[in-house]
Design a protein around this ligand. Structure first.
Ligand code: HEC
Length: 135
């Protein structure tokens, strides 16, 4: 009987200890960090949608928009320049999106510079995630 109880007890203790972390998972932590960096400003899914779809100037000519690789509908798969499939960006269909801070930082760095020729601002990042999380 103990062997049945022990994992349950451990899970209960873990749930109790990590309750705040569980309600605020890795994605929420990433958003909270961006929000802190933005001085507490709320992010806008509407602005994020516009940013996602916009044709930008300043980046590489063959990657004018986030949609170039991620596709017009973020609930669908995208495609790299060499035709490799990219999983959808919408959290509703790809729940592991924006859960790894290093991955998020790496790809914002790489893709913003390809598309805009500069880093994205913290507001652009927050709005982008707000859009794709709420979709
Ligand atoms: C040249 C193709 C390309 C373009 C253009 C592009 N991306 Fe990406 N993006 C990728 C690839 C490839 C990945 C990594 C594969 C994956 O996550 O499925 C990725 C992943 C990401 C991630 C990581 C998501 C996660 O799972 O945490 C973010 C954030 C991101 N892109 C933001 C952007 C933004 C913002 C733009 C527009 C300014 C953009 N991307 C434009 C190819 C692109």
């Amino acid at each position: 009987m103990n062997s049945y109880l022990r994992p349950a007890a451990a899970a209960l203790i873990a749930a109790t200890l990590f309750a705040p972390a569980a309600s605020a998972g890795p994605r929420e932590a990433i958003i909270a960090a961006l929000q802190a960096e933005a001085g507490g400003a709320a992010f806008s899914a509407t602005n994020g949608q516009a940013f996602y779809a916009a044709n930008q100037a300043g980046g590489k000519p063959d990657t004018p928009s986030c949609t170039t690789c991620h596709g017009k509908d973020p609930r669908q798969t995208g495609q790299t320049r060499v035709g490799k499939v990219i999983d959808p960006m919408a959290v509703s269909v790809a729940p592991d999106r924006f859960t790894d801070p290093e991955k998020v930082a790496k790809w914002f760095g790489r893709n913003c510079n390809s598309v805009l020729g500069r880093d994205c601002t913290v507001t652009e990042k927050g709005d982008f995630i707000a859009y794709l999380t709420g979709l």
